[in-house]
Design a protein around this ligand. Structure first.
Ligand code: HEM
Length: 522
């Protein structure tokens, strides 16, 4: 009896200690202001990651299931990463616009350093907000967001039209006229290097093929979060060695290419003394090739923009070509699966070409074919690529909820893109959902684009995408000129294409993507 009561007291004592330790481990200090956002119960070490495991094909479905249960602001622990997911237009705008300055940081993932030469501050999209970033954004945007009818706009038009001609010649030289992702990424990379660095390579050149592949590989990697981000100790334990090695060697190869094939040859042709003449006025730099412009700025202001910052910024912009490769392939995939949509778009492009009396559609012709623009938006909506996570640089709030400094903010734009609250038949490829009757009597087309406020594929605010205009213009011209000449038919079964373009991320598989055949129109 004595023994029994001793062991009972002992068990209660041990239980109380364990409970105390668990409470200490899992309880949070009281919030500095407001209250903590609701949160599902979590597991040790992995936090809430197990809730996403039920959705291996699309973790955003898992995130949205959490949103449905816990509301528009949810606190999550993704492995070691304290996270807040925001899911309503109101809360997304609060982060991206109203409190843009506070939420201007990025997560500090090991991968980001790995890809950008050991320092994520080299990366335009992954660095912290700073005066340097403001400067880089204004330098880059001269060519990445060319204003209509500006010199940059004319240069872009020329680069696309000229590359499109060469691309059509390439297709014509192939007896089977099969279009692959490998070809599309060579095209996109050439448009970018020609426009930004005055340099291109012939199709089939091994460096062009290899580097277009490498950019695409890095783009695919950057477009998603992975186990190394949330469970960084896995690296210390020796996991993912092969993957880390491959990512490291591919990003290194990209840097060597940018330096040896784009930057150095161009600099060699420059007259340095003339570069140093006359202080640069950024408002009047519109007529310069982006590489020349940034190099000149670096020469004149080396303390503001180092050689490395100039060089990485050029690489980043050129890397944007992968976004266009993937978007273009997606639209091509959707059109190959939906002949009716393809025919409707073809008729509009054909009518525009006849009205303009031309056999080449240029970016200047966008008002004539709003359906092509609408198809770009629809493919973006269906890809529902996530907004790069933001991080607050100080303790703050979202609505009534406390958000500690350093918390990763995830944007549930999956809901913004797929909720039947905002779209009818949201899973369907239906470009016309972005069209309304034109309000402009002088418009060459009775339709014009209208985007719902919830649709923000390029994000909004001070860290929004720098490449949205390049994306829309290059994709538009490539798509219209292909459609004008060819009917797009699937080579792989429609089910395979559907499997590839399924939603959740813009990046398609790097290797082994689907193929289509281009059948010449009469
Ligand atoms: C289909 C094409 C593209 C999509 C859907 C896309 C989307 C995005 C999104 C969602 C962001 C994050 C914005 C934020 O964090 O608030 C972003 C950032 C960025 N994008 Fe794009 N993008 C595309 C193409 C491009 C291209 C072609 C370029 C380059 C010319 C580019 C350059 C950038 C840069 C530099 C940033 C970082 C801006 C910053 O953090 O300050 N993007 N993009």
């Amino acid at each position: 009896m004595d023994f029994l009561s001793f062991s009972f007291v002992y068990s209660v004592f041990c239980g109380a200690i364990i409970l105390f330790i668990l409470k200490k481990l899992f309880s949070q200090p009281p919030p500095k202001f407001g209250k903590y956002a609701p949160s599902p119960s979590r597991l040790p070490i992995i936090g809430h990651l197990h809730l996403l495991a039920k959705f291996p094909d699309d973790p955003w479905k898992g995130f949205d299931a959490i949103r449905q249960q816990f509301g528009d602001v949810v606190s999550l622990k993704l492995g070691t990463c304290d996270t807040i997911m925001v899911s309503s237009l109101e809360t997304i705008k609060e982060v991206l616009i109203n409190k843009a300055k506070i939420f201007s940081g990025r997560p500090d993932f090991y991968r980001y350093h790995l890809i950008f030469g050991g320092d994520r501050e080299n990366a335009l999209a992954l660095c912290e907000w700073s005066e340097l970033q403001k400067l880089r954004r204004s330098l880059c945007s001269i060519s990445s967001t060319p204003k209509f009818a500006s010199t940059s706009y004319e240069m872009l038009d020329k680069a696309i039209t000229s590359e499109m001609g060469k691309f059509i010649n390439l297709i014509e030289s192939k007896p089977d006229r099969i279009l692959t992702k490998c070809l599309v990424r060579q095209f996109s990379l050439n448009v970018f290097t020609e426009y930004l660095c005055a340099s291109r390579m012939d199709y089939g050149n091994s460096t062009l093929i290899e580097q277009a592949y490498n950019f695409d590989f890095v783009f695919y990697d950057i477009s998603q979060c992975g186990p190394l981000d949330f469970l960084p100790f896995l690296k210390t334990l020796g996991f993912f060695r092969g993957y880390i090695k491959k990512l490291n060697s591919i990003s290194k190869a990209v840097r060597v290419y940018v330096e040896e094939f784009l930057v150095k040859p161009r600099i060699a042709k420059m007259d340095k003394s003339s570069m140093l003449e006359g202080k640069m006025d950024l408002d009047s730099c519109d007529s310069m090739i982006s590489l020349d412009l940034m190099y000149k700025y670096h020469l004149q202001n080396p303390e503001e923009l180092s050689y490395d910052h100039f060089f990485f910024a050029i690489g980043d912009l050129v890397g944007g070509s992968s976004g266009i490769t993937n978007l273009l392939m997606r639209i091509i995939g959707h059109l190959a699966m939906d002949m009716e949509a393809q025919e409707e778009m073809y008729q509009e492009v054909l009518a525009a070409a006849r009205q303009l009396d031309t056999d080449t559609i240029s970016i200047k012709h966008r008002p004539y074919t709003p359906l092509a623009d609408a198809s770009i938006l629809e493919a973006l909506r269906l890809s529902s690529s996530p907004i790069v996570p933001h991080v607050p640089t100080q303790d703050t709030t979202i609505g009534e909820y406390f958000v500690p400094k350093g918390t990763m903010i995830l944007f549930n734009n999956w809901r913004m893109n797929f909720s039947s609250e905002f779209y009818t038949e949201p899973e369907k490829f239906q470009p016309s959902r972005f069209l309304v009757h034109s309000t402009n009597n002088n418009s060459p087309n009775p339709w014009q684009i209208k985007k719902p406020e919830v649709f923000m594929p390029f994000s909004v605010g001070q860290r929004s995408c720098l490449g949205f205009k390049l994306t829309q213009n290059i994709t538009f011209a490539a798509l219209c000129n292909l459609l004008l000449r060819y009917k797009i038919e699937p080579v792989d079964p429609v089910e395979t294409i559907r499997e590839h373009v399924k939603m959740g991320i813009l990046a398609l598989r790097v290797d082994d993507c689907f193929r289509v055949q281009l059948i010449p129109r009469e």
